[in-house]
Design a protein around this ligand. Structure first.
Ligand SMILES: [Zn+2]
Length: 437
């Protein structure tokens, strides 16, 4: 079996970095080597040491002076919304009704779904994202299209058919029973096939009847190792409408709690306006709050209080995400730049090591898949991004005055985008070179 030896400046995190001087939180090699074989990293160390372990016919690729990091992870995005992104002038509920739902009706056409899934995953990889937790449309065909494209690329992705049986146009509705049946068929066909993971995906409480949330809970009990993804507490009108639809619930989180949807593999998009009780309930169950800064700013939903959620007595597990197409950029670098500003508006800061921890290991931990991805550790899947902090003239100029790794990372986050992504490896395969994405 041929193996590949990458050379460059390698950076991988061991834990949350408290400060920019918390050196034991990460591992950085100025002249690092990664030996890849059968889609995995089989050795990671100083280049001279790794080279000794390589066999004769190893393919050597020198990425110096660029940085090699684990591929970025996007914990929440909607692949059918590529032609919704950049739609003007609405808050969440109007935005869904005016733009999103009509667009998603097109995904009953399997060919359309396949085309958009292909372009979506190309876009992800092009921006350095090697794993995404994606919402498909309500149509089973859309999930089939997504998984087929994901499997072709040998990507580790998490996705599910959206369950929604009310408060939306006919063309994007299922029923409680058909949602259960279709999800089950898709789980059997795709979950665990190659690197594919299925997520039980009720869109949110407004578009699911109590019977359907009951069915989602039943699926979670039948398949306890699956992810569950939905939306929670994004916008005030959404919260008010939810409580009107579920008058017996104590609060929005309680709607999901009642149907057994909280847990360590449950991903809740947004979580902006949580009460203390709701935050406690998420924390007690190990549920994940997903921070989507560009979406929250674009739709005017509110400011996710990242540092307070992290530091509270019962801390929240947090992931970050683009939320395409409410979100406005496919790049996780752009996303963390906006995230930094949202955190700043809450009177706090996120240092660049914390930011890149979040993009890689942090999101992998939140998705409970850190044993596979999110680090450059030996044994990890070979999902790797190669970053060039001098990718544009403005970046090159600014780099003249950047002396430390922390400054370089912050520059990449603040000025960087897909142009800074020189190469992306998915399970050891060079995607920009081999697939020209
Ligand atoms: Zn969303």
């Amino acid at each position: 079996m041929t193996s590949t030896l990458l050379r460059g400046r390698t950076l991988s995190f061991l834990r949350w970095p408290e400060t920019v001087d918390d050196h034991s939180a990460w591992r950085y090699e100025d002249d690092g080597g990664l030996l890849l074989r059968d889609g995995r990293i089989v050795a990671a160390d100083a280049y001279a040491d790794v080279e000794k372990k390589a066999d004769e016919g190893v393919k050597k690729i020198d990425h110096r002076p660029h940085l090699l990091l684990p591929g970025f992870i996007d914990a929440h995005a909607h692949f059918p919304q590529m032609q919704v992104i950049a739609s003007y002038g609405a808050e969440l509920l109007d935005w869904l009704n005016t733009y999103t739902f009509p667009e998603e009706t097109k995904f009953q056409n399997a060919q359309h779904g396949r085309r958009i899934a292909r372009l979506f995953l190309d876009e992800m990889v092009h921006h350095g994202t090697t794993t995404v937790a994606a919402y498909c449309s309500v149509h089973k065909e859309s999930a089939e299209a997504f998984f087929a494209e994901s499997h072709d690329r040998n990507m580790l992705n998490i996705a599910g058919k959206v369950m929604m049986d009310r408060n939306a146009p006919e063309g994007v509705l299922d029923t409680a029973q058909s949602a259960y049946d279709d999800s089950k068929t898709l789980i059997k066909e795709w979950h665990g096939k190659g690197r594919q993971h299925y997520a039980i995906t009720p869109r949110f409480a407004i578009t699911s009847s109590p019977e359907q949330l009951e069915m989602a809970g039943a699926l979670c009990r039948e398949y306890p190792d699956l992810h569950m993804q939905t939306h929670l507490s994004e916008n005030h009108a959404e919260i008010a409408f939810t409580l009107q639809l579920y008058p017996q619930a104590r609060d929005y989180t309680d709607v999901y709690e009642r149907y057994g949807l909280l847990g360590r593999k449950s991903l809740f998009g947004h979580c902006i306006h949580l009460s203390e009780r709701e935050a406690d309930a998420l924390s007690d169950t190990g549920s994940v709050a997903v921070f989507c800064p560009t979406s929250n700013l674009f739709l005017g939903s509110g400011l996710f209080d990242y540092q307070r959620y992290r530091r509270r007595e019962k801390p929240l597990r947090i992931a970050t995400a683009t939320d395409i197409g409410g979100g406005t950029n496919y790049s996780m670098l752009r996303t963390m730049d906006e995230g930094y500003k949202v955190i700043a508006l809450n009177g706090e800061k996120l240092n660049p090591f914390q930011s890149f921890w979040q993009l890689t290991r942090g999101n992998a931990e939140a998705l409970s898949i850190v044993e596979k991805i999110g680090t450059l550790d030996q044994g990890s899947d070979a999902d790797i991004v190669v970053l060039d902090a001098r990718a544009t003239p403005a970046m090159r100029l600014r780099m003249e005055t950047a002396d430390t790794l922390a400054e370089e990372l912050f520059l990449l986050q603040t000025l960087g985008d897909d142009r800074a992504v020189r190469e992306v490896y998915v399970a050891g395969r060079a995607m920009k070179t081999d697939m020209a994405v």
